[in-house]
Design a protein around this ligand. Structure first.
Ligand SMILES: Nc1ncnc2c1ncn2[C@@H]1O[C@H](COP(=O)(O)OP(=O)(O)O)[C@@H](O)[C@H]1O
Ligand SMILES: C[C@@](O)(CCOP(=O)(O)O)CC(=O)O
Ligand SMILES: [Mg+2]
Length: 328
């Protein structure tokens, strides 16, 4: 058996715009997905995912298509739910050339699903890493990140950036622009997260922004303006100017909101954080529901969020220095 874990992330800046070639700066956080992979004697895939529930049932399924879980949900929902693991296992088969190999896969994760903290990337990175190692191949981190990116690209309907997967594979703060992925020096950041208990569908939200961008020049300009914010944000990060980072995060949230990917609860959490004195606050990830990220070195934001209607959980997040971890 091989076991790997990989961290989730928050975006300091640049989600969505990064899909169209603008830069983005995500930052890995100490919430991890852990994936155990064991080769089977047959060619079946059996997945046990405690945290993935469909129609109220924990997902446990065996291979395609006859072994799909017997739950009353649409095919597209089923594909969105199983797609990342199925596609990660396909990557393992393709890297190793062992097309008929079967696996038992068990996933445990601290990262809420679909909430903008990069659970999909962490699961893809950890599954590909454990699966390839189970077959005797240890991938270089860059290769691992690239393979995990292909998984996200496939499941998100051909629309994904390398940001989440590179960040999860390497850990730390990173900068991604197209296929140029690099690690950044980052000061210690007082990250506070608010979670509304909900989720957004990354593929759908990305498609929504794409549509707006094609229809309206000013939406395309908005995407470019997010790129400008990220470039200013990099300077602020390099200078350790956390107040400026916060201002730029506020601006970034406004532009994401203009692109239609915020929600009432994300906006109320953002405002609660700002009212509590946070240096800045924005949604993180695809949006639609899920999490906001704010910067505050006092306890005020966390406390204010915990009393904010619609906020289910508020917590501080530590930067994860380690990306993929090879546990067994
Ligand atoms: N613990 C888990 N077990 C199984 N699949 C998971 C798990 N966490 C995430 N996933 C996969 O990732 C998808 C959520 O990814 P996504 O919509 O991109 O949101 P995010 O990456 O922001 O959490 C889930 O629908 C599922 O396919
Ligand atoms: C919206 C996007 O920029 C980030 C999505 O992040 P998440 O899956 O919501 O954690 C999409 C992408 O970069 O592939
Ligand atoms: Mg994702």
């Amino acid at each position: 058996m091989a076991v790997s874990s990989a961290p989730g992330k928050v975006y300091l800046f640049g989600e969505h715009a990064v899909v169209y070639g603008e830069p983005a700066v995500p930052c890995a956080i100490e919430l991890r997905a852990r994936v155990d992979v064991e080769q089977r004697a047959d060619s079946k895939l059996r997945v046990h995912a405690e945290d993935l529930s469909l129609d109220g049932f924990t997902v446990e399924y065996a291979g395609e298509p006859e072994g799909r879980p017997d739950v009353d949900v649409s095919e597209s929902l089923l594909n969105a739910a199983m797609g990342y693991v199925d596609s990660a296992i396909e990557q393992v088969r393709s890297v190793t050339g062992e097309d008929d190999v079967g696996f038992d896969v068990t996933i445990e994760s601290d990262i809420p699903l679909g909430a903008g903290l990069g659970s999909s990337a962490a699961v893809a990175v950890a599954a590909i890493d454990a699966g390839t190692r189970e077959l005797g191949t240890t991938l270089e981190i860059d290769d691992l990140a690239e393979r995990a990116y292909r998984t996200e690209h496939e499941v998100q309907g051909g629309q994904a950036s390398r940001a989440d997967t590179f960040c999860s594979a390497t850990g730390g703060a990173v900068r991604v622009e197209g296929d140029d992925c690099r690690s950044l020096e980052a000061p210690e950041l007082p990250i506070v997260i608010g979670f509304d208990g909900g989720a957004g569908d990354t593929g759908e939200l990305v498609a929504g922004v794409r549509g707006l961008r094609e229809e309206y020049d000013f939406a395309a300009d908005t995407v470019e303006a997010i790129g400008d914010i990220v470039r200013r944000g990099e300077d602020a990060l390099a200078a350790g100017d956390i107040e400026e980072l916060g201002r730029l995060m506020d601006f970034n949230h406004g532009l994401l909101s203009a692109l239609g990917v915020s929600s009432r609860t994300l906006d109320s959490m953002v405002w609660a954080a700002r009212d509590a004195g946070a240096m800045g606050a924005k949604l993180t990830g695809a949006g639609g529901g899920g999490c906001i990220v704010s910067l505050d070195d006092t306890n005020e934001t966390e406390t204010a969020l915990s009393y904010t209607p619609g906020c289910e959980d508020a917590f501080r997040a530590e930067l994860a220095e380690t990306g993929v971890a090879r546990l067994e």
